[in-house]
Design a protein around this ligand. Structure first.
Ligand SMILES: [Zn+2]
Length: 431
């Protein structure tokens, strides 16, 4: 018995609780995973790192003229603060916030229903806006869901201090239709506050080829309100089962199992891991990441952030093993991307849901739409796929990226360098 469906499912049940990064609950999940490793006879440890963890002290939003009416909002971490009495200003609805929308926003509070990338927030600030409202959810959410506004942090340059709040989209519609003359935002926060989070790391040393490392990864944190059963309790137990497998079937190469924290706030745990282990990264020949498997109605998906050869090899083997899978060359919105940026060929496996199927990132991400047999589809294939790589007499993974992946990696690096630059600028100013 090397992988075990029943054991996996029992572990998933225990792991399915809200595990937001930087909280005690995430730490508890980390300790739980560590103890599961030790139960399997594999030493594991936690690797701690620092995260941005803004603390909201007070937030409110209301219309003040012609009538006073309060709306349910949450503050956007790191966006900015208002004076104690708040900011009162006219409201302007700026849709997606394109240049025409932004032409007349000076001294106003902007409601934006498009994406709020740092650039957009900075553009609003430069045009003289004094606050903004972003939206969340859908018109069709049940009432309990409408209360679940997902906290988010601003990645805009903090020199702009543009206080922002998030509102449910139905409220935003009501607000626009009420044509208020004036609205008020109160937002008090410590936008610079830091927190602690951790990765869980276990290692099974290889036999004759132990200097080469294959790293399995899966994030174990969840978003607020979500028990994170599918996203990503399933990935977490997938690599736990792979650990059981390789504990019993000694690998020729060294195998690492990395449960990443803080994925949901921007792949922070995996990025910190690659930073902390920078000097060893050329030993890592391949990263195999899992983000969401086990959904009953769904399809297998393989995102390849490596060379075309790896994708072809996967497709060949999938056919041989009767494994139906869709493949794509891309950077996946998960921890494999951190490894690719660190120069390690990587990939992500997922079992994704059809339209109208299971959802993530709110209280509905429970075990309801998952089942152990579907979970085993991915796991059984990956045991075979990864064993070949881990035990091959020579390294079968070319240390190169397809040109389109290379390009995307360079873009990410530039973006990250820009953000790091801003941080350093501020730090040197402060010093
Ligand atoms: Zn995820």
């Amino acid at each position: 018995m090397s992988v075990c469906k029943e054991r996996a499912w029992e572990t998933l049940t225990k792991l399915s609780f809200e595990r937001v990064t930087g909280t005690e609950a995430e730490k508890k999940a980390a300790e739980f995973l560590k103890s599961e490793c030790e139960k399997a006879g594999v030493e594991a440890h936690l690797e701690e790192y620092e995260i941005d963890n803004p603390i909201i002290h007070e937030v409110s939003f209301k219309t003040t003229k012609p009538v006073e009416e309060s709306y349910h909002v949450i503050g956007i971490g790191g966006s900015g603060t208002t004076p104690d009495e708040g900011i009162r200003a006219p409201l302007v609805y700026i849709e997606n916030g394109n240049d025409v929308n932004l032409a007349d926003i000076k001294g106003k509070i902007c409601l934006i229903t498009g994406p709020t990338m740092p650039k957009k927030i900075e553009a609003m600030a430069k045009k003289g806006a004094v606050g903004f409202i972003a939206v969340h959810g859908t018109f069709y959410d049940e009432d309990s869901l409408k209360q679940e506004l997902r906290p988010r942090n601003s990645r805009a340059d903090k020199k702009y201090n543009l206080p922002g709040v998030v509102m449910q989209i139905s409220d935003a519609e009501k607000l626009v239709r009420s044509h208020p003359e004036e609205v008020e935002i109160v937002l008090k926060q410590d936008g610079e506050a830091k927190g602690k989070a951790q990765n869980v790391v276990a290692t099974i040393e290889g036999t004759d080829l132990k200097d080469e490392i294959v790293a399995f990864s899966a994030h174990y944190d969840s978003v607020p309100y979500s028990p994170g059963a599918w996203d990503n309790g399933t990935g977490s137990i997938t690599i736990l089962e792979l650990m059981h497998y390789f504990a019993e079937n000694k690998p020729r190469r060294t195998v690492k199992f990395i449960w990443c924290g803080s994925e949901e706030i921007g792949l922070v745990g995996s990025r910190e891991y690659c930073k902390a282990h920078k000097d060893e990264m050329d030993q890592y020949i391949f990263n195999i990441n899992f983000d969401m498997t086990g959904v009953t109605l769904g399809y297998e998906y393989f995102c390849c952030s490596a060379s075309e050869e790896v994708r072809h090899a996967l497709e060949y083997m999938a056919k041989v093993e009767n494994y139906a899978v869709e493949t794509k060359m891309d950077l996946y919105a998960s921890d494999s991307t951190s490894f690719a940026i660190a120069g390690v060929p990587s990939c992500s496996f997922a079992r994704l849901a059809p339209r109208g199927g299971a959802v993530i990132h709110d209280h509905r991400d429970t075990m309801e739409h998952l089942d152990p047999d579907s979970f085993m589809i991915t796991l059984n294939f990956v045991v075979k796929f990864s064993s070949q790589i881990i035990n091959a007499p020579v390294n079968v993974i070319p240390r190169s990226f397809a040109p389109e992946i290379e390009k995307k990696i360079e873009e990410r690096k530039k973006m990250m360098a820009k953000m790091e630059g801003k941080k350093e600028e501020k730090e040197t100013k402060a010093a």
